[in-house]
Write a protein that binds this ligand. Structure first.
Ligand code: XMP
Length: 509
């Protein structure tokens, strides 16, 4: 049985980070909203209570019943979690005089406490709370204090229950990983055998069980997630998986052929479908970005549905859904297991009347890549920049036409090849060329020109939620600009986008 740690989510912005830190220790862990908490079975080795934007004294504060956990299995309350363990059991939590935010030092710690095994007094921790614990209930022992916060850490005697008011998961808590390791490995006795390799083995086994002799279809996008999902399914059921790669006519130059070829070399049973005429036709005369997205989503579903039903006896639709799509912070939207709305092919399962299998639904993005490496997938697939489902259609501002697509493809190819050839491709998170609906005056030889402007966009990011523009060398940009203006017909001006996200977005539409 796969041992695991459960995180009870009270909506903190850091909850996912706790999960990632635990997983970096090779211990599998799951996040559950505080009010949808499954009764822990014997695979659950410990529970962590997350932080929260709420105060325990708020009327709407999350106040879950911990009967099934507290005192029975190891429990660690972090920030709000620690305050809840205090407030709800006879202690007192009050607004702190000064908001406790930022770096602090644990000036005293109980060195015999297994949570602090190997941690040195004076170690830096990160505080982020408006409330503070002023009185602990009977039977609680203070195990760590900072200069300002007497109850920075406590343990309940006779129980495997701890509380810490600081955040061990953030980088600024210097020995936070050690503390989390002490909890999950020392206290909860997790073996730490959850690795990409063990994930592959476990997933292949459970896919075989789930799918039996059934046939499965999967839509490949060329991106990392759907590709890794396909290879996992291929390991599990081989030829009974049919992968479908649709050319929507909105891909980069030579992309369709190159990616299809890479899939075939990986041994996938893949079917390429050239549906570019359907997409380009449906986009004629459409200017509005959201309408473009909706049309592309709709045509994709139609094409995929048509092709998938050519596969005899298909029972399942596989999707490359990943963990951040599944979990949503409880703080803002309320607990739910809905998929983000900007998922391009939302609605596909309903339309197709197929059962859905999602082999990656437990993984974070970087874990998907590591699983891909464990599956020995080529770097040309795993190292690719993210590319939006609506493709070049949202990089041509205004109406999409075959001529504009050709112009953009040529310019984009020069930029992306340039990044690759100069060793910058892996240093930027995503790069794009955008074709503006703007013409400007130029001169070429003795002639005046009146042609298009394109934008180069390159960003650094970790997840696309925030991004900064890449500081690419001027000489490199100058070279790309020259090549584009000299070689791409219809373009006489190149500009570089120096906006960060927020307030700008990565794409222009
Ligand atoms: P923005 O422009 O919102 O983009 O900063 C963030 C990331 O999301 C990608 N993106 C999309 N991906 N369908 C997708 O599959 C879409 O409609 C879509 N819009 C933006 C974008 O390329 C970037 O990686």
């Amino acid at each position: 049985m796969q041992e695991k740690i459960l995180i009870l989510d009270f909506g903190s912005q850091y909850t996912q980070l706790i999960a990632r830190r635990v997983r970096e220790l090779n211990v599998y862990c799951e996040i559950h909203p505080f009010n949808h908490f499954p009764p822990p079975d014997s695979s659950v080795r410990g529970v962590i209570l997350s932080g929260s934007p709420w105060s325990v004294r708020d009327a709407r504060a999350p106040l879950p019943d911990l009967k099934a956990v507290k005192g029975n299995i190891p429990l660690l309350g972090v920030c709000y979690g620690a305050q809840y363990l205090t407030h709800n059991y006879g202690g007192e939590v009050l607004p702190s005089d000064t908001r406790e935010y930022g770096r602090a030092r644990l000036v005293s710690i109980d060195e015999n406490d297994p949570l602090f095994n190997g941690v040195t007094a004076g170690t830096q921790v990160w505080m982020s709370h408006g409330d503070t614990i002023v009185r602990i209930p009977e039977g609680y022992n203070i195990t760590g204090s900072t200069g300002d916060v007497k109850v920075a850490a406590f343990r309940i005697s006779g129980e495997q229950t701890w509380g810490i008011q600081f955040h061990p998961e953030v980088y600024h808590t210097t020995e936070g990983t050690r503390m989390l390791g002490n909890f999950v490995k020392g206290i909860c006795r997790c073996r730490g055998d959850w690795t990409p390799e063990s994930f592959v083995e476990m997933t292949v086994r459970s896919l075989r069980q789930q799918l039996g002799d059934d046939r499965v279809v999967l839509g490949l996008s060329g991106g990392v997630d759907s590709s890794v999902a396909a290879i996992l399914l291929d390991r599990a059921i081989g030829e009974r998986l049919t992968s479908i790669f649709v050319d929507n006519g909105l891909l980069r130059k030579n992309e369709y052929a190159a990616v299809l070829d890479a899939y075939r070399r990986m041994g996938l049973n893949v079917k390429g479908v050239d549906a570019s005429a359907d997409f380009i036709g449906a986009l004629r005369g459409v200017n509005d970005p959201e309408s473009k997205r909706k049309i592309i989503g709709r045509v994709f579903i139609e094409v995929f549905d048509r092709e998938a039903h050519k596969v005899q006896n298909v029972k399942w639709l596989a999707q490359g859904t990943i963990y951040p799509d599944v979990i949503e912070s409880v703080s803002v939207n309320g607990p739910s297991a809905t998929i983000k709305s900007h998922h391009n092919v939302g609605g596909l399962p309903e339309k197709m009347h197929l059962q859905v299998t999602e082999p990656l639904r437990l993984l974070f993005k970087d874990e998907v890549r590591r699983v891909g490496i464990a599956l020995e997938m080529p770097e040309e697939i795993l190292g690719r920049h993210p590319f939006p489902g609506p493709g070049l259609a949202i990089r041509i501002l205004g109406e999409v036409t075959p001529e504009k697509l050709e112009t953009l493809r040529d310019a984009d190819d020069i930029f992306i090849s340039g990044l690759r050839n100069n060793g910058f491709y892996d240093k930027v998170w995503q790069a794009a060329v955008i074709l503006l609906p703007v013409q400007s005056v130029g001169v070429m030889g003795d002639e005046r020109t009146y042609e298009n402007a394109v934008v180069l966009r390159a960003v650094t990011s970790t997840d696309g939620m925030t991004a900064d523009w890449s500081r690419l060398p001027h000489e490199f940009l100058a070279g790309v600009s020259n090549q584009i203006i000299n070689r791409v017909r219809g373009v006489n001006r190149v500009v570089y986008d120096i906006s960060s996200k927020p307030p700008s977005t990565i794409e222009w539409e």
